[in-house]
Write a protein that binds this ligand. Structure first.
Ligand SMILES: [Zn+2]
Length: 207
Protein backbone atom coordinates (compact mmCIF):
# COMPACT_ATOMS: atom_id res chain seq x y z
CA UNK A 1 0.00 0.00 0.00
CA UNK A 2 1.51 3.27 -1.07
CA UNK A 3 1.43 6.15 1.39
CA UNK A 4 1.36 9.88 0.76
CA UNK A 5 3.28 11.83 3.37
CA UNK A 6 2.66 15.43 4.20
CA UNK A 7 3.88 17.89 6.78
CA UNK A 8 1.48 20.43 8.26
CA UNK A 9 3.24 23.37 9.87
CA UNK A 10 0.77 25.08 12.16
CA UNK A 11 0.90 28.52 13.71
CA UNK A 12 -1.72 30.22 15.88
CA UNK A 13 -3.10 33.42 14.35
CA UNK A 14 -4.50 35.48 17.22
CA UNK A 15 -2.55 35.99 20.41
CA UNK A 16 -4.35 35.29 23.70
CA UNK A 17 -6.12 38.32 25.17
CA UNK A 18 -5.97 39.00 28.91
CA UNK A 19 -9.29 40.00 30.46
CA UNK A 20 -8.62 43.09 32.50
CA UNK A 21 -10.72 45.35 34.63
CA UNK A 22 -10.46 48.40 32.37
CA UNK A 23 -10.58 51.50 34.54
CA UNK A 24 -11.60 53.68 31.57
CA UNK A 25 -14.45 51.41 30.40
CA UNK A 26 -15.43 50.64 34.00
CA UNK A 27 -15.79 46.90 33.31
CA UNK A 28 -13.79 43.80 32.39
CA UNK A 29 -12.51 44.01 28.82
CA UNK A 30 -10.25 41.99 26.55
CA UNK A 31 -6.90 43.61 25.84
CA UNK A 32 -5.06 42.87 22.62
CA UNK A 33 -1.31 42.79 22.17
CA UNK A 34 0.10 45.89 20.45
CA UNK A 35 3.32 44.01 19.51
CA UNK A 36 5.23 46.94 21.04
CA UNK A 37 7.59 46.77 23.97
CA UNK A 38 8.28 49.50 26.47
CA UNK A 39 11.83 49.47 27.79
CA UNK A 40 12.56 51.62 30.81
CA UNK A 41 16.16 51.95 31.96
CA UNK A 42 16.70 53.52 35.34
CA UNK A 43 20.41 53.48 36.16
CA UNK A 44 21.40 49.81 36.28
CA UNK A 45 17.80 48.66 36.56
CA UNK A 46 15.76 47.72 33.53
CA UNK A 47 12.05 47.11 33.18
CA UNK A 48 10.54 45.72 30.00
CA UNK A 49 6.85 45.43 29.29
CA UNK A 50 4.81 44.22 26.34
CA UNK A 51 2.02 46.74 25.78
CA UNK A 52 -1.60 45.63 25.52
CA UNK A 53 -4.56 47.84 24.64
CA UNK A 54 -8.24 47.63 25.52
CA UNK A 55 -10.15 46.52 22.42
CA UNK A 56 -12.77 49.20 23.07
CA UNK A 57 -11.07 52.28 24.49
CA UNK A 58 -7.37 51.75 23.66
CA UNK A 59 -6.38 52.09 27.32
CA UNK A 60 -3.02 50.41 27.86
CA UNK A 61 -1.90 47.62 30.14
CA UNK A 62 1.72 46.57 30.62
CA UNK A 63 2.62 42.90 30.66
CA UNK A 64 5.86 42.67 32.64
CA UNK A 65 8.58 40.77 30.77
CA UNK A 66 11.55 41.90 32.90
CA UNK A 67 10.94 43.76 36.11
CA UNK A 68 13.68 45.61 38.02
CA UNK A 69 16.30 43.46 36.34
CA UNK A 70 20.01 44.29 36.45
CA UNK A 71 21.14 45.55 33.03
CA UNK A 72 24.05 43.09 33.03
CA UNK A 73 21.64 40.15 33.26
CA UNK A 74 20.02 40.97 29.93
CA UNK A 75 22.07 40.15 26.85
CA UNK A 76 22.71 43.16 24.64
CA UNK A 77 21.31 41.35 21.57
CA UNK A 78 18.07 40.68 23.44
CA UNK A 79 17.87 44.25 24.72
CA UNK A 80 18.38 45.61 21.17
CA UNK A 81 15.60 43.31 19.90
CA UNK A 82 13.25 44.52 22.64
CA UNK A 83 14.07 48.17 21.97
CA UNK A 84 13.37 47.72 18.24
CA UNK A 85 10.06 45.88 18.83
CA UNK A 86 11.34 42.73 17.15
CA UNK A 87 8.14 41.09 15.82
CA UNK A 88 9.35 37.50 16.37
CA UNK A 89 10.16 38.28 19.99
CA UNK A 90 6.86 40.11 20.53
CA UNK A 91 5.01 37.11 19.09
CA UNK A 92 6.87 34.70 21.37
CA UNK A 93 5.95 36.67 24.50
CA UNK A 94 2.41 37.39 23.31
CA UNK A 95 1.67 33.66 22.91
CA UNK A 96 3.13 32.71 26.29
CA UNK A 97 -0.26 31.95 27.79
CA UNK A 98 1.18 30.47 30.97
CA UNK A 99 3.05 33.68 31.80
CA UNK A 100 -0.04 35.75 30.92
CA UNK A 101 -2.28 33.65 33.15
CA UNK A 102 0.17 34.03 36.01
CA UNK A 103 -0.24 37.82 35.72
CA UNK A 104 -3.95 38.26 35.11
CA UNK A 105 -5.73 35.00 35.81
CA UNK A 106 -8.30 35.12 33.04
CA UNK A 107 -7.19 34.98 29.44
CA UNK A 108 -9.25 34.67 26.27
CA UNK A 109 -7.84 32.06 23.87
CA UNK A 110 -8.42 31.73 20.13
CA UNK A 111 -8.37 28.56 18.08
CA UNK A 112 -7.67 30.21 14.70
CA UNK A 113 -4.59 28.72 13.09
CA UNK A 114 -2.69 29.04 9.83
CA UNK A 115 -1.75 25.66 8.33
CA UNK A 116 1.09 25.45 5.83
CA UNK A 117 1.05 22.13 3.93
CA UNK A 118 4.10 20.59 2.36
CA UNK A 119 4.24 17.20 0.62
CA UNK A 120 7.14 14.98 1.65
CA UNK A 121 8.21 12.98 -1.37
CA UNK A 122 6.37 12.36 -4.62
CA UNK A 123 2.63 12.76 -4.97
CA UNK A 124 1.27 9.38 -6.03
CA UNK A 125 -2.33 9.78 -7.18
CA UNK A 126 -3.02 6.10 -6.59
CA UNK A 127 -1.89 6.14 -2.96
CA UNK A 128 -4.38 4.63 -0.57
CA UNK A 129 -2.99 5.92 2.71
CA UNK A 130 -2.15 9.33 4.03
CA UNK A 131 0.36 10.17 6.71
CA UNK A 132 0.16 13.64 8.20
CA UNK A 133 2.85 14.96 10.51
CA UNK A 134 2.16 18.00 12.65
CA UNK A 135 4.79 20.62 13.40
CA UNK A 136 3.63 23.38 15.73
CA UNK A 137 5.42 26.68 15.98
CA UNK A 138 4.02 26.96 19.52
CA UNK A 139 1.18 25.39 21.50
CA UNK A 140 -2.33 25.98 20.11
CA UNK A 141 -5.79 25.73 21.67
CA UNK A 142 -7.45 24.00 18.68
CA UNK A 143 -8.53 20.39 19.27
CA UNK A 144 -6.94 17.83 16.96
CA UNK A 145 -10.29 16.51 15.69
CA UNK A 146 -11.46 20.05 14.89
CA UNK A 147 -8.19 20.75 13.08
CA UNK A 148 -8.54 17.58 10.99
CA UNK A 149 -12.23 18.12 10.28
CA UNK A 150 -11.58 21.67 9.11
CA UNK A 151 -8.53 20.90 7.00
CA UNK A 152 -9.66 17.58 5.47
CA UNK A 153 -13.35 18.38 5.01
CA UNK A 154 -14.33 15.33 7.06
CA UNK A 155 -16.91 15.52 9.87
CA UNK A 156 -15.70 14.85 13.40
CA UNK A 157 -18.16 11.96 13.73
CA UNK A 158 -16.71 10.35 10.63
CA UNK A 159 -13.20 10.80 12.00
CA UNK A 160 -14.35 9.16 15.22
CA UNK A 161 -15.84 6.24 13.27
CA UNK A 162 -12.65 5.88 11.23
CA UNK A 163 -10.61 5.77 14.42
CA UNK A 164 -12.89 3.08 15.86
CA UNK A 165 -12.46 1.02 12.69
CA UNK A 166 -8.67 1.49 12.94
CA UNK A 167 -8.68 3.40 9.66
CA UNK A 168 -7.30 6.41 11.48
CA UNK A 169 -4.30 5.99 13.77
CA UNK A 170 -2.95 8.78 15.95
CA UNK A 171 0.49 8.63 17.53
CA UNK A 172 1.23 9.22 20.29
CA UNK A 173 -1.79 8.81 22.60
CA UNK A 174 -4.28 7.29 20.13
CA UNK A 175 -7.93 8.31 20.19
CA UNK A 176 -7.66 10.48 23.31
CA UNK A 177 -5.34 12.81 21.38
CA UNK A 178 -8.23 13.64 19.03
CA UNK A 179 -10.12 15.41 21.80
CA UNK A 180 -7.13 17.40 23.03
CA UNK A 181 -5.36 20.39 21.52
CA UNK A 182 -3.21 19.40 18.55
CA UNK A 183 0.39 18.89 19.57
CA UNK A 184 3.76 19.17 17.95
CA UNK A 185 5.15 15.86 16.70
CA UNK A 186 1.80 14.09 16.36
CA UNK A 187 1.56 11.74 13.38
CA UNK A 188 -1.74 10.68 11.83
CA UNK A 189 -2.15 7.77 9.50
CA UNK A 190 -5.36 7.48 7.51
CA UNK A 191 -6.29 4.44 5.45
CA UNK A 192 -8.26 5.75 2.48
CA UNK A 193 -8.49 2.53 0.45
CA UNK A 194 -12.22 2.17 1.07
CA UNK A 195 -13.18 5.86 1.02
CA UNK A 196 -15.07 6.94 -2.10
CA UNK A 197 -14.04 10.58 -1.65
CA UNK A 198 -10.35 9.67 -1.41
CA UNK A 199 -9.26 12.18 -4.14
CA UNK A 200 -11.06 15.03 -2.36
CA UNK A 201 -9.48 14.14 0.98
CA UNK A 202 -6.00 13.91 -0.55
CA UNK A 203 -6.53 17.20 -2.33
CA UNK A 204 -7.67 18.88 0.91
CA UNK A 205 -4.75 17.39 2.84
CA UNK A 206 -2.35 19.05 0.41
CA UNK A 207 -4.09 22.40 0.58
ZN1 LIG B 1 -11.39 50.00 27.97
Amino acid sequence: MSTLRILWTIAPEIAPRPLINCNRCGTVKAYRCSDKFRVNANGKRIDVWLIYRCIDCDNSWNFGIFERRNRRDIESVLLAALESNDPVLARRYAFDIVALRNKVGRVEEFSDVAVHKHWLGDIDETATALEIRLALEMPIALRLDRLLAGELGISRSRLQAMEEKRLLAVAPDGATALRRPARDGTTLRIDLAGELDRPAIISAAGG
